[in-house]
Design a protein around this ligand. Structure first.
Ligand code: TMP
Ligand code: ASP
Length: 260
């Protein structure tokens, strides 16, 4: 039996060659890292939940016309996606001050921003993903001005949609990170949404209690990260018992068996 080829192993996912040219399999791990992998750990069941949440969000975004790399979920931890050339920029959208912007500029966490901010970080682990200006992007050829217009327009639409989607389930979308890729067709390429959208790369606060339902629980040693990720999935209707046993519920059964 031939083993499938691993293309890349990142901090939270492994990429394998897909069944057809131009496709990739994304495998979601339980590994969690923070502060450029200086802090390492695992969040049990995270991969299963993020696979499911990301499938859900990407599918909803495609329904409002956002082009994405997502093709289909294959199993509990894997999804089939289109192969793209990742633009080496992390696009962070902020609605409320938290995390690095609070630290850098001395703005209290939880302070709503006067308007939505888009920030760009150069995707480079060795440099610790430094904050960059839009001018650097064109200057160093990381993306063209036309591509950046598409990226910023999509980021704003994604934010508007996701703010509403999370507000409907009592969650405040504080900020999140997006990655985009070039989908090549002969000599031409277009920008599509890539990577994942999950509590790993979003700040999600309960609207009433302010409770953190995202990776900050791990980053800040707050505990309860498994429950927080599950709570997001539950509110999105992805753990819905009315729809019969789901694969995510199987995960719970597995955990119960282990006495956790
Ligand atoms: P920050 O406040 O640390 O800059 O993070 C902003 C958002 O981006 C937050 O929702 C977490 C997400 N993020 C990632 O997904 N990956 C990263 O490497 C970093 C630093 C942040
Ligand atoms: N994922 C990033 C890392 O390990 C940082 C983070 O999400 O806080 O470095």
């Amino acid at each position: 039996m031939s083993r499938r080829r691993q293309i890349y192993e990142g901090k939270a996912k492994i990429l394998y060659e897909g069944p057809e040219p131009g496709t990739i399999i994304q495998y979601f791990k339980d590994d969690a890292t923070a502060f450029n992998a200086q802090k390492k750990g695992t969040i049990n069941g995270k991969g299963v939940i993020n696979n499911r949440i990301s499938e859900y969000v990407f599918t909803r975004l495609s329904h409002i016309g956002i082009p994405t790399h997502f093709i289909k979920r294959l199993n509990m931890r894997e999804q089939l996606v289109r192969q793209v050339e990742i633009v080496p920029i992390e696009v962070v959208v902020r609605n409320v001050a938290a995390g690095s912007i609070s630290k850098r500029l001395g703005i209290a966490e939880g302070e709503p921003l006067p308007h939505t901010l888009i920030e760009y970080y150069f995707k480079n682990d060795e440099l610790g993903d430094p904050l960059i200006a839009e001018e650097h992007i064109a200057c160093f050829g990381w993306a063209s001005n036309e591509e950046m217009q598409d990226i910023s327009a999509m980021a704003i639409r994604i934010n508007d949609f996701m703010c509403g989607m999370f507000a409907a389930i009592g969650i405040r979308l504080v900020d999140f990170k997006l990655e985009f890729g070039r989908l090549w067709d002969g000599d031409y390429s277009r920008i599509i949404l890539a990577d994942e959208i999950s509590p790993d790369g979003c700040r999600l606060w309960d609207m009433i209690t302010g409770e953190k339902l995202d990776k900050d629980r791990f980053r800040r040693d707050l505990g309860g990260e498994e429950e927080a990720y599950q709570e997001v999935a539950r509110r999105l209707g992805l753990l819905d018992t009315d729809n019969g046993p789901s694969e995510v519920l199987d995960l719970n059964a597995h955990r119960k068996l282990r006495g956790k």
